[in-house]
Design a protein around this ligand. Structure first.
Ligand SMILES: [Zn+2]
Length: 152
């Protein structure tokens, strides 16, 4: 239709794990997979705008808090759904079945949760730049120590 492509919004770009700076390039190398190591393999820099995906030593360490929050949110949603669809009672074990079902759900969603945690995390540190084509990403090379990469 029009020449100018409408840029992605914050939510859709973050949920699809795109670079927060240009909202175009994909941060992860492979499609989502159960191989946890492969699942978290990221492009060193955004393939579209060159934004580094690791901006300081141990950058993704804080994602533990994000995945915790996501896990709580998913559990609350599944509890609510269970309550309405299946119900809870003190007379039977339906609550314990929910605990089991929710645990399985969280294990199943783990690759996605880990990716989303990283995507949200970097989106709070790297701002969207509508003019990314003309600007250079901030040079972070002095903040990185290649010997210590992935060493935590
Ligand atoms: Zn980018």
């Amino acid at each position: 239709m029009s020449e100018k492509k409408v840029s992605r919004g914050y939510i859709s770009s973050t949920l699809s794990c795109r670079c927060p700076r240009c909202r175009e390039g994909k941060m992860f190398r492979h499609p989502i997979t159960i191989s946890l190591k492969k699942n978290l393999e990221m492009n060193k820099t955004c393939p579209v705008c060159g934004q580094p995906t690791e901006i300081e030593v141990g950058f993704y360490y804080g994602t533990g808090y994000v995945s915790y929050a996501l896990t709580v949110a998913i559990s609350m949603a599944s509890l609510t759904a269970w309550w309405f669809l299946i119900g809870m009672s003190t007379e039977d074990n339906r609550f314990f079945y929910w605990i089991g079902a929710n645990a399985l759900l969280l294990i199943f969603l783990q690759p996605l949760i880990m990716r989303l945690s990283r995507s949200f995390w970097i989106s709070w540190f790297v701002k969207y730049d509508p003019d990314w084509k003309n600007n250079q990403p901030i040079d972070v090379s002095e903040r990185l120590n290649p010997d210590q990469a992935n060493n935590w």
